[in-house]
Design a protein around this ligand. Structure first.
Ligand SMILES: NC(=O)c1ccc[n+]([C@@H]2O[C@H](COP(=O)([O-])OP(=O)(O)OC[C@H]3O[C@@H](n4cnc5c(N)ncnc54)[C@H](OP(=O)(O)O)[C@@H]3O)[C@@H](O)[C@H]2O)c1
Length: 285
């Protein structure tokens, strides 16, 4: 099975390339293929004839998406329209990576795959639009929603990941305040990529929520990082309101991985276990 990964320089893409069995995965970076150029996308995919295309490419700096909303929609949504039509023409399965930020966070129980999106931000809206273009133009699709990604490569779109940022700030000795009123499930891209590969192989199609298990606030997540590493910074909780970022975020965006269970696939591990594995793999432990 031949797989093409778009946005191939990113942190999830880097792990996906390792996790797709058989070494038949080709990762194309932003510099090699801009997903907004549908002529180039058609030419490359027609030449390569993949069975599966995984689109990880995104403009996902949530606050910058508010100002640069055209770019957010070009990359996260409009590019998916052409890509979906091309995959359909070629008979390829299209996998689109989406986000917990499609939800408004009004619930206090995990969001199911069947729950209706209601994004609070341009980023979330652009990802919902991307999902709908994929669903409309390529019936043979898999939409994977995940949350709080961190991986060894670091998110190129955000200049690293939350874990490395917390470690850097703690070591810099500056006072650290982290929001304690947004609850989600941090997810290790090494595990996520293996699970995506397994769902593709098992024939899972449609929307799947795939995250590490359990949940925490960003403050609780940072506290766990510091506890594992024996760091003791000047560190405390704050609120979303006091922190005052431009884009609204869901207060609660835990995703129930129900369709994974229905497919008979083992869930991802608890987020604390996945975090410890990352810290070990990264050489911090
Ligand atoms: N990070 C999170 O917490 C999170 C949470 C939930 C869902 N997601 C979703 O998960 C996916 C992967 O995220 P990630 O954390 O692996 O992010 P990442 O490391 O920033 O990877 C995204 C990649 O997309 C590339 N890209 C941007 N614009 C492009 C374009 N026009 N054409 C082709 N490639 C382009 C970026 O390249 P350049 O950097 O060179 O522009 C980057 O390598 C995204 O779809 C994101 O929306 C992320």
């Amino acid at each position: 099975m031949k797989t093409i990964i778009l946005g191939g320089g990113g942190q999830l893409a880097t792990d996906l390339q390792k996790s797709i069995a058989g070494g038949q995965a080709i990762a194309l970076t932003h510099a090699q293929l801009d997903v907004r150029n549908s002529d180039d996308v058609r030419r490359v995919l027609t030449t390569e004839e993949p069975n599966v295309v995984i689109n990880t490419a995104a403009f996902h700096h949530v606050d910058n998406c508010e100002d640069q909303w055209q770019l957010a929609f070009e990359v996260n949504a409009f590019a998916c329209r052409g890509l979906a039509a091309i995959c359909e023409d070629l008979g390829a399965t299209l996998v689109y990576i989406s986000t917990d930020y499609v939800f408004d966070g009004g619930q206090s129980v995990p969001y199911r795959e069947s729950d209706l999106p209601n994004p609070l931000s341009t980023y979330g809206a652009s990802k919902v639009a991307g999902e709908f273009f994929v669903r409309t133009y390529c019936p043979n699709h898999l939409i994977v929603r995940s949350s709080g990604l961190y991986g060894l490569a670091g998110a190129s779109g955000k200049g690293g990941n939350f874990v490395e940022t917390m470690i850097r700030l703690a070591k810099a000795g500056k006072p650290l305040r982290v929001v304690d009123d947004q609850i989600m499930a941090p997810t290790n891209t090494a595990e996520l990529s293996l699970k995506i590969a397994e769902v593709i192989r098992s024939g899972g199609r449609g929307i799947f929520h795939l995250t590490n298990q359990g949940s925490c606030s960003w403050y609780g997540y940072a506290a766990q990082i510091f506890e594992y590493l024996g760091l003791n910074p000047d560190f405390g909780p704050t609120t979303t309101e006091a922190y005052g970022l431009p884009a609204a975020r869901p207060r609660y965006s835990v995703l129930a991985n129900e369709r994974l269970a229905a497919l008979g696939v083992e869930p991802l591990s608890q987020w604390q276990e996945a975090l410890r594995r990352y810290l070990t793999d990264k050489g911090h432990l």
